[in-house]
Design a protein around this ligand. Structure first.
Ligand code: URP
Ligand code: ZN
Ligand code: ZN
Length: 472
């Protein structure tokens, strides 16, 4: 059935205007004023914004980590994402050294099959580089449409790759048309510092942060940028948490390098003091990189405003406090890293960013959706509201006030990292390819509705990379 969303305010990365939006066969068929409503289902959006569906470029659903598995899988995680206004996620497919990449991709297809309620795609972890891996990469790109590779510079003896692997991945990505993503922390130095801390009897959650200082992230970010320049390749730095890393990204971009940076809601609104909460509650706030001293937040907000950072990912990686985070009682290195953020990514950016005057409405759309679609080969199918694009639309009430809480969230996890935080703004209804997933704040979607998205090569649409919104 055709749908007509009437009287909303359409917001794209470039424009804000009042219009009706006609949806036909899952696509936007027309945008205009006073579009005819005969024979179509009419949805009144008076007083509401219409945003392009959010794209979350950084999730870990159903992911094994630290001897346990994340609580949210492709069903609960995507339901929560939809409530937060996200209609596409890109999840990290983890690989095992010595095993074909294809096996790992198959595993991720099995995890997500018949589960996702919104569209999804995968990034692929590269843990080692050798002839076998190199031989498989063209197939990964052409058959699976996976055009972004993730290299971990930390988590020694688990995910960490060496610099040779990073460099060779950058070279291969350049040749094949992929974007290299890095978790930028110096894993070797962290390994030394954590051993020292434990030897000295320092086992509380706060030592997670104290053994991963900002210099560790700044150094690895700078190294990755230098190697990108040497390889004449392209780089996307995930979960940037601190001034030290922002500085390195800005320096690289000022030199003309093809380097991009993502931050996450937790780094924008939470700080290192949360790790000192009593009764082991600090474990709820263990992320890598760790939460930083509060002053770093201003640097991150400014970087989003002036374009030195371009995107926000959730880094959704949820573990229950009970039995999962608790694995690290008496040894902070055993606390599974990560937190539940997929649902609140857009609300936090809207409330703390747009409502507080830190970023504009157009920037909000660019940071949560458009820029991500462009970088990861989904634009213009995803990431904007225009005739011919997928009808991924968020009908957003920009005035409602609410309190984030575990009591009302839709994630499977037993706490909310932003518990008690007051935010302004909420998605009222969310459509993915023209079908309601959330309607009037109720879930009406279906497990398995989400489609796997094969993505275009990096740089295939370079003209889209240039038409960025003006820097504020
Ligand atoms: O603490 C985090 N960020 N957990 C998820 C895995 C990763 O490093 O992105
Ligand atoms: Zn990471
Ligand atoms: Zn992550």
């Amino acid at each position: 059935m055709r749908k007509l969303i009437k009287n909303g305010t359409v917001v794209t990365a470039a424009d804000i205007y009042e219009a009706d939006v006609l949806i036909e066969d899952g696509k936007i068929a027309a945008i205009g004023t006073d579009l005819k409503s005969e024979g179509v289902e009419v949805i009144d959006a008076t007083g509401r914004y219409l945003f392009p569906g959010g794209i979350d470029p950084h999730t870990h659903l159903d992911m094994p980590f630290g001897g346990t598995v994340t609580r949210d899988d492709f069903e609960t995680g995507t339901v929560a994402a939809a409530f937060g206004g996200t209609t596409t996620i890109i999840d990290f497919c983890l690989t095992n050294k010595g095993e074909p990449l294809g096996n790992a991709i198959q595993t991720w297809h099995e995890k997500s099959k018949d589960k996702a309620v919104i569209d999804y795609s995968f990034h692929l972890m590269i843990g080692e580089m050798n002839d076998d891996v190199l031989r498989e990469l063209p197939q990964v790109i052409h058959e699976e449409g996976i055009t972004s590779f993730k290299v971990f510079m930390a988590y020694k003896n688990v995910f960490q790759a060496d610099d040779g692997t990073l460099y060779r991945t950058l070279l291969a990505a350049k040749e094949l048309g992929a974007l290299v993503m890095v978790h930028a922390e110096n894993g070797d130095v962290i390994d030394y510092l954590t051993r020292q801390a434990l030897k000295e009897g320092n086992t509380d959650p706060i030592y997670h942060a104290l053994t991963r200082p900002p210099e560790i992230e700044g150094e690895a970010t700078g190294r990755a940028c230098q190697l990108t320049g040497l390889a004449n390749s392209q780089l996307y730095v995930v979960h940037v948490s601190c001034a030290d890393a922002v500085e390195k990204i800005a320096e690289a971009r000022n030199k003309g390098l093809d380097v991009w940076g993502e931050t996450c809601p937790q780094y924008l609104v939470l700080d290192r003091s949360y790790l000192e909460r009593p009764n082991f509650e600090g474990a709820k706030y263990v992320w890598s990189p760790p939460l930083r001293e509060k002053w770093h937040q201003d640097v991150l907000w400014n970087a989003l405003k002036n374009g030195q950072l371009q995107t926000i990912g959730s880094d959704q990686c949820s573990f229950d406090f009970k039995e999962q985070k608790e694995l690290g009682r008496g040894d902070f290195t055993k606390i599974p890293n990560g937190g539940p953020t997929i649902e609140d990514r857009m609300s936090i950016l809207f409330s703390e960013g747009v409502k507080q005057g830190r970023i504009t409405l157009n920037q909000f759309v660019d940071i949560t959706s458009t820029r991500i679609a462009k970088l990861f080969g989904l634009f213009p199918q995803k990431g904007t509201i225009a005739v011919g694009t997928d009808a991924d639309i968020v009908i957003f009430d920009a005035n409602v006030e609410r309190v984030i809480s575990r009591e009302t969230h839709h994630m499977a996890v037993d706490y909310n990292a932003f518990e008690g935080m007051k935010v302004i703004g909420e998605p009222v209804s969310v459509l993915c390819r023209g079908e309601f997933v959330v309607r009037n704040r109720q879930f009406v979607g279906k497990a398995g509705y989400g489609s796997y998205l094969k993505r275009k090569k990096y740089g295939e649409d370079m003209k889209h990379q240039q038409d960025s919104i003006p820097v504020q």
